[in-house]
Design a protein around this ligand. Structure first.
Ligand SMILES: C[S@@+](CC[C@H](N)C(=O)[O-])C[C@H]1O[C@@H](n2cnc3c(N)ncnc32)[C@H](O)[C@@H]1O
Length: 228
């Protein structure tokens, strides 16, 4: 199975473990790849919608993987996920949805969420909101990778149970590993484009004072990260 660059980055950041639970699995490609490559022994592929789950089940069958290796579960977030049998290296993956949805999923079942030992999150939006939640709820971000897939910038966060790794507003906005990411010229250029767009917004008149202050604060973070 060939994964997209984004899914391949998530897969590459998954350490060998006993079990992976993929919430919002959709097609199930990620758990199938992880099982096929021997990264984990068991996986749970969960989705809130029946259609994607049926597709995931079908894809597992087509890859010769039965429910003894990948269990498919219809579940809103972690609600229907059983955590009776836990290992410290159990990995929770939540990718391809908004940061606010990831926060909703984790905060709806905080104890269950913390029963996993390792975490990978790839929010499509509201990255800052997710980092602030993780920091306040006992998760420590241990690594982040930015990547470009089909021209779009994505981030993958790796975390464990622990103390907040972010110290400044810039850490929350871009992640504590942004300096490494901006060494990649393409990533730097996408962030520079966003910085220019933000600066342009200030040139137009009529924005409320509060919004101007927010944009100025964001611009300050961009300047710091881009070393402008
Ligand atoms: C865009 S797909 C992402 C699929 C895959 N995780 C990826 O990163 O490519 C988002 C999936 O998340 C599922 N989803 C959204 N909210 C969910 C929730 N609260 N619980 C479980 N699945 C959810 C959707 O049904 C959809 O299949």
């Amino acid at each position: 199975m060939v994964l997209s660059d984004r899914l391949q980055t998530i897969a590459g950041m998954t350490d060998p473990c006993t079990s992976v639970t993929d919430i919002g699995t959709d097609h199930g490609y990620l758990p199938i790849w992880l099982i096929e490559q021997g990264v984990c022994r068991h996986a749970v592929a969960a989705d809130v919608r029946k259609g994607p789950l049926a597709t995931a089940k079908q894809n597992c069958l087509e890859h010769g993987i039965g429910p003894d290796r990948i269990k498919t579960v219809l579940s809103d977030g972690l609600k229907e996920i059983s955590r009776d049998d836990t290992n410290p290296d159990d990995t929770l993956i939540i990718a391809g949805m908004g940061g606010e949805t990831i926060v909703d999923i984790l905060s709806a079942e905080p104890e269950k969420a913390h029963s996993f030992g390792r975490f990978l999150f790839s929010p499509h939006t509201k990255q800052e909101e997710l980092r602030r939640y993780l920091g306040s709820a006992g998760y420590k971000i241990t690594d982040e990778r930015y990547l470009i897939d089909a021209g779009k910038l994505y981030v993958v966060m790796k975390a464990v149970n622990g103390e907040d790794a972010c110290a400044t507003d810039t850490d929350y906005r871009f992640g504590p590993f942004i300096e490494k990411a901006t060494e990649d010229r393409k990533i730097y250029d996408i962030l520079l484009k966003r910085y220019n767009a933000l600066s342009g917004m200030l040139e137009g008149a009529g924005l409320p004072e509060k919004r101007v202050a927010e944009i100025e604060e964001e611009i300050r973070s961009y300047k710091e990260v881009l070393k402008l």
